[in-house]
Write a protein that binds this ligand. Sequence first.
Ligand SMILES: O=C(O)CCC(=O)C(=O)O
Ligand SMILES: [Fe+2]
Length: 340
Amino acid sequence: MAKVAKIPIIDIAADGEEAQLQVAKELVEAAVEHGFIYIKNTGRDIHTEAVEGAFNLSKKLFNAPLEEKQACSIQKNNRGWSAMHYETLDPKNQRVGDFKEAFNFGEFKDGKPQQPIPPTIEPDLDQIRAFSDLCYDMCLKINTLLGIGLEINPPSFFTTAHLRENGASGTILRLLHYPPLTSISTAESSDVRAGAHSDYGSITMLFRLKGQAGLEILTQDNKTWAPVPVCPPGTENDPSPPILVNIGDLLSYWTNGLLRSTVHRVVFPPAGTSAIEGETGTEPRYSIAYFCHPVGTSPLTAVPSERVKAFRPKDASSSLEGNPHTERKVLTADEHLFSR
Ligand SMILES: O=C(O)CCC(=O)C(=O)O
Ligand SMILES: [Fe+2]
């Protein structure tokens, strides 16, 4: 049976400068070592009702008539609905596309979505906006903690680059729906719910539901897949499962590879056996991801942190070999995104 992933659990709801510094250091170590971090959800930053409300809305949206969803099909701007098998995250290893459907909300402007919305959820737009606002606030908080933990001068370096008032960004709130194994008669062992990939942006915040297995990360040492429990030991009695935060490619690039962007995927858990007690793949699975991106025009200039400057990637074949801070062309966040 696969060993579960070792991912640190951090409570960022610390008050006082000293406690905050401690949390910031832990967060950076987790981002360097694992690229994934559980943020304990005691309901202070994102309350239970907000998370539950978002999942209820997600079910409502995916249950909407097909024509409503089709009328909002995903556009070049990465906003809208993607149908079952539309996306293939790991084309080299997948026979068919991902067994999932998704709906991407881009940033709202003046309180309004900038994309077609299925009429079924039109009355719920304020709720969606409020939920993305909570995610946005938490994204800023994590960016500030990373700045403190990396001893960046000023510590607001990453946070400033994410401020909405400074312009539009590729930030996306994504609702995901994965059908249960039982409703798919043709699934083969190579079929996955979401193929192996790393995320593009700065950080991703992932919300999952208790009991719903599927997410795995690629371990660094022996390159095996390790399942990621929804509620790791110590969080079982929290009001909501922890929020899983991971470092995306942009932030890894920006920090010269110091912060790790980790490959992950979503699978059909093997029938009958359960790698994680209390989790199965027999129900439809829902998850919600908030992909943070800096403002598109933000230049990804050298990070003013001694630790980042001194870091040399271990992988000699890496294109980041030698600290490129002094040599490489400064990309903007949008240029980095479009290069993907
Ligand atoms: O659904 C999940 O657990 C993960 C989804 C994911 O990795 C993604 O959408 O990038
Ligand atoms: Fe992902």
